[in-house]
Design a protein. Structure first.
Ligand code: LMR
Length: 341
């Protein structure tokens, strides 16, 4: 029987194989409503009050305001339409027109995006932003366009924290625990480096898996830990800031090119404005939600000492060496890691 990992990898291959056929079938075919306005369906998995949720809603508003007679955006938050792996497939088939999965979820389609998952590579959102705005980072937006996915922008969520059933001050405290991770081989290696057990799982299943004990622990941003109510079902967080969670705002390049040029231009302008807002506000969402978790009284937050943080870094650092070759020197050298010695 296939495990989740093998199943997802296999889905990736099937997906790539079907893309060329899909783009042929899609030529000239945009979603359209009864009144002939172009319909842009945007499903995503986070709650409305998150960096991605707010960004999607703001896109919908500005599109209604400036292009309302010709374009309508429909936003489906909280995984109500589909999970993000399905959204990636549905975009390829033109069933939805815009998605923003975390960069980790493109792992099966390109190795280069693995750079975003390397633990402790980016110390904070400013460092991620500098990399994304570099020429290497901007080129990466188009990395998947020949496979049917055109990145239009990077949206931040924030830095990830560990959460679990016991206080995790040092990596040894996490040993043996079963951690939910996103579909990413880097994240799998990171959890193995902690001598814990990784389990790839869709976002929408995490709350129940924590509640029933199917998993013990997980990693996510304050925004997701709060809005998914993970603090209700796990008593301890470690403020580790060990990794980045951000999104690729993505369209199907075939469909995108078919849009009337003036509409596409206006959409690009709206996306640039909304991206600036999302990325300027993401940190504030996370700070607010951290405070709300504390206020709930249901979880405690450990702030590791400098020495404890060094222990986390030491344990995870070998993960870089495992993936640096696949990611490639050109990409790695544009990150805070700098050129290989
Ligand atoms: C996750 O699966 O943990 C995240 O990718 C969810 C999200 O979209 O923030």
């Amino acid at each position: 029987m296939f495990g989740y990992h093998a199943k997802m990898r296999c889905r990736g291959y099937i997906l790539i194989a079907m893309l060329s056929l899909a783009s042929l079938l899609l030529a000239g075919c945009q979603g359209s409503s009864d009144d002939d306005r172009i319909v842009l369906k945007f499903p995503h998995v986070t709650a409305p009050g998150t960096p991605k949720g707010q960004g999607a809603e703001r896109l919908r508003e500005l599109i209604a305001e400036r292009l309302g007679d010709r374009v309508v955006m429909e936003v489906y938050p909280s995984g109500q339409l589909m999970n993000e792996d399905d959204a990636i497939e549905m975009l390829a088939f033109g069933e939805v027109q815009m998605i923003a999965p975390s960069l980790s979820k493109f792992d099966r389609l390109t190795r280069k995006y693995q750079v975003f998952d390397l633990p402790f590579l980016f110390p904070d959102l400013e460092a991620v932003e500098a990399f994304q705005q570099s020429s290497v980072g901007q080129d990466l937006l188009g990395e998947l366009s020949r496979k049917g996915f055109l990145g239009l922008a990077y949206w931040h969520n924030g830095m990830k924290q560990f959460g679990g059933p016991v206080p995790m001050r040092r990596p040894e405290d996490a040993a043996g625990l079963k951690f939910r991770i996103m579909e990413s081989d880097v994240l799998e290696a990171q959890i193995l480096a902690m001598k814990a057990n990784p389990q790839k799982m869709a976002f929408g299943e995490v709350y129940q898996a924590l509640q029933t004990g199917a998993i013990d622990a997980q990693e996510n941003t304050w925004s997701n830990n709060y809005s998914q109510k993970f603090f209700e079902v796990q008593p301890w967080f470690t403020e580790s800031n060990h990794g980045y969670l951000g999104y690729l705002l993505t369209v199907n390049p075939g469909q995108w090119k078919k849009l009337p040029a003036d509409i596409r231009l206006e959409l690009e302008q709206i996306i640039a404005e909304v991206t600036a807002e999302v990325n300027a506000n993401a940190a504030a969402f996370n700070i607010k939600d951290r405070a709300r978790i504390l206020e709930s009284g249901q979880s405690q937050i450990i702030e590791p000492s400098v020495e404890e943080m060094d222990a986390w870094r030491r344990v995870m650092r070998p993960v870089w060496d495992e993936f640096a070759d696949e990611i490639g020197e050109a990409v790695m050298s544009a990150t805070p890691a700098g050129p290989a010695q």
